[in-house]
Design a protein around this ligand. Structure first.
Ligand SMILES: [Zn+2]
Length: 188
C-alpha cells in the first residue's frame, strides 16, 4: 500500500494554496516540515491546483521548443526553479531539494493529461518557451534545415519535422532569409 504524504499549510507561501489547504485539509502533522497541529492535505489533493501551473511549461525537446544548434541547458531549467522564479509557491523554509519530489507525489505515477506529456518527467529540463509551430517563420526555417540535412538527407517529409508545411511559411521566409541570414539561405 502506498502511503500518501501530507503537506501542511506552512510548506507553501502562495496565498491561494494556503487558503485551499486550510479549508480542505485536516489538522495533523506535516510529513515534510514536521510541523504539528497544522492544516495538512494529501499530496494528490493538490493536483487540481498545480495543474494550471504545469500547463505553462513543457519538457525541452529538439524540434518542439529547442533549435538543433542550441545547448539544452541554455533553453531549459529544473521545473521547480522555473516555477519558483515566477510564482511564490513554496515557503522560504521549504527545502528546495524537496520541491521536485513534491511535484512527483502530487501528480503520481498514474497521472495523465492531454496538455502536458503523458507521465511528465519532473527530473527533465523544462522551459516556458512556446512550441515553434506557434512561433516565427525563422525558427521554422531553422528546423526545416536541420530536418533536411540530418534526418531526411534532402528529401523533406513534412509530417516528420514537427512544423507546418514549408508551403505555408517558405514564401515569406525566402524573401527574408537572404537579407537576415545569407549563410543559411545558401547552405541548404
Ligand atoms: Zn509542512
Amino acid at each position: 500500500m502506498v502511503i500518501e504524504m501530507n503537506y501542511c499549510v506552512e510548506c507553501f507561501a502562495d496565498k491561494y494554496l494556503r487558503e485551499f489547504i486550510t479549508e480542505r485539509g485536516s489538522a495533523g502533522k506535516c510529513d515534510f516540515c514536521r510541523a504539528a497541529n497544522v492544516a495538512v492535505i494529501p499530496a494528490p489533493d493538490l493536483r487540481d491546483t498545480f495543474e494550471p501551473l504545469l500547463e505553462l511549461y513543457s519538457i525541452v525537446e529538439i524540434g518542439t521548443n529547442r533549435l538543433p544548434d542550441e545547448d539544452p541547458f541554455q533553453v531549459g531549467e529544473a521545473l521547480d526553479d522555473l516555477i519558483d522564479q515566477n510564482w511564490p509557491v513554496w515557503s522560504e523554509t521549504f527545502p528546495s531539494e524537496q520541491r521536485i519530489p513534491m511535484l512527483e507525489e502530487i501528480f503520481g505515477p498514474e497521472y495523465d493529461h492531454d496538455r502536458v506529456a503523458l507521465r511528465p518527467d519532473f527530473q527533465d529540463l523544462w522551459t516556458d518557451r512556446r512550441p515553434f509551430y506557434e512561433g516565427s517563420a525563422r525558427d521554422s526555417w531553422s528546423m526545416f534545415c536541420h530536418h533536411l540535412r540530418h534526418e531526411r538527407r534532402f528529401i523533406p517529409k513534412a509530417d516528420e519535422f514537427g512544423s507546418s508545411s514549408p508551403a505555408e511559411w517558405l514564401p515569406i521566409e525566402s524573401r527574408i532569409i537572404p537579407y537576415i541570414a545569407p549563410d543559411r539561405a545558401q547552405s541548404v
